[in-house]
Design a protein. Structure first.
Length: 292
């Protein structure tokens, strides 16, 4: 916190920047992006690299076509001129366009040969977003409206742990993607995907493809040789009922405006935590979730 903020000479931004982006946040993110792009050019030139091995030039070519949808013949041959044109777009586009572009760059850098650069880029973007009170953070290579480190850690852990569990992982990725769609977020279906991830894990544990989560809870306890506390069992049952029973999110209420960002984020965090818990209990009980 700066002197002017500590002593009241400049108002604190005590609310996160959701669905908006001030000039300071945008400028700092651009400075970071430019640093990475220029660094790629300088490093490639220093070793006499070919164009194919230069991640900045590769990113710019892909960006012009797949992201910006611009003709190739408007992309300058000089990469520094291309970066200058990109600056104009970055500083003038809609706030969510900035996050779209950062995601595109992170995904491009995440190619096998640039994994270290991708991790560095994502980490430093998150540092800037945290410092400037953005309501969003990178989780993997996607930017999501996560508001606390604990929430972000819970989701990151379960995404990593669930990679071998294809159905579970797919539902969690879908829940995060629907929550993270800045132009058209789909909170109701994000909730559905979150609870479906837990249900998919329940089916793996019980080896019963037809069981709903509500039906599977007693079978899970038997499979894991564990007794859930009655309060925990009741909370999970009520959570499932809210999402799945008649009148719940999976069954109608299409016009009800009661499912928004808070509900979708809570469900994703809660279901991620429960998946983490069940995966850990399976490990303790010697239950192999990946066996055929």
């Amino acid at each position: 916190m700066r002197f002017s903020e500590r002593y009241g000479h400049k108002p604190l931004r005590d609310t996160l920047q959701f669905e908006s982006m001030d000039e300071v946040l945008r400028t700092r993110l651009w400075n970071l992006l430019k640093e990475f792009l220029v660094r790629g050019i300088v490093e490639a030139d220093a070793v006499g690299s070919t164009v194919d091995a230069d991640y900045t030039r590769v990113l710019l070519v892909r960006m012009w076509d797949a992201h910006l949808k611009r003709p190739y013949d408007t992309l300058p041959r000089n990469p520094y001129e291309s970066v200058a044109l990109l600056r104009e777009y970055f500083l003038q586009c809609a706030w969510h366009g900035v996050y779209d572009l950062l995601e595109f760059v992170a995904a491009g850098l995440a190619l096998a040969e640039y994994e270290e650069d991708a991790r560095d880029f994502i980490s430093r973007c998150n540092a800037v977003m945290e410092a400037e009170c953005s309501g969003y953070r990178f989780v993997g290579t996607e930017i999501a409206p996560i508001t606390s480190e604990g929430e972000m850690q819970a989701i990151e852990e379960v995404l990593e742990a669930a990679v071998p569990l294809h159905g579970v992982h797919a539902h969690l990725k879908a829940a995060l993607a629907k929550l993270s769609d800045r132009a058209n977020p789909d909170y109701r279906n994000s909730v559905k995907e979150s609870i479906s991830a837990v249900e998919a894990l329940a089916k793996l544990i019980t080896r019963d493809e037809s069981a709903s989560l509500g039906e599977a809870l007693p079978k899970i306890e038997r499979a894991l040789r564990a007794d859930f506390h009655p309060a925990l069992r009741g909370a999970l049952g009520k959570l499932y009922a809210w999402a799945s029973n008649e009148g719940g999110i999976r069954h109608g209420m299409v016009d009800e405006p009661n499912v928004g960002l808070p509900e979708a984020k809570f469900m994703l965090v809660a279901c991620s935590a429960f998946v983490n818990y069940l995966v850990a209990k399976c490990a303790d009980a010697g239950v192999n979730l990946t066996r055929a």
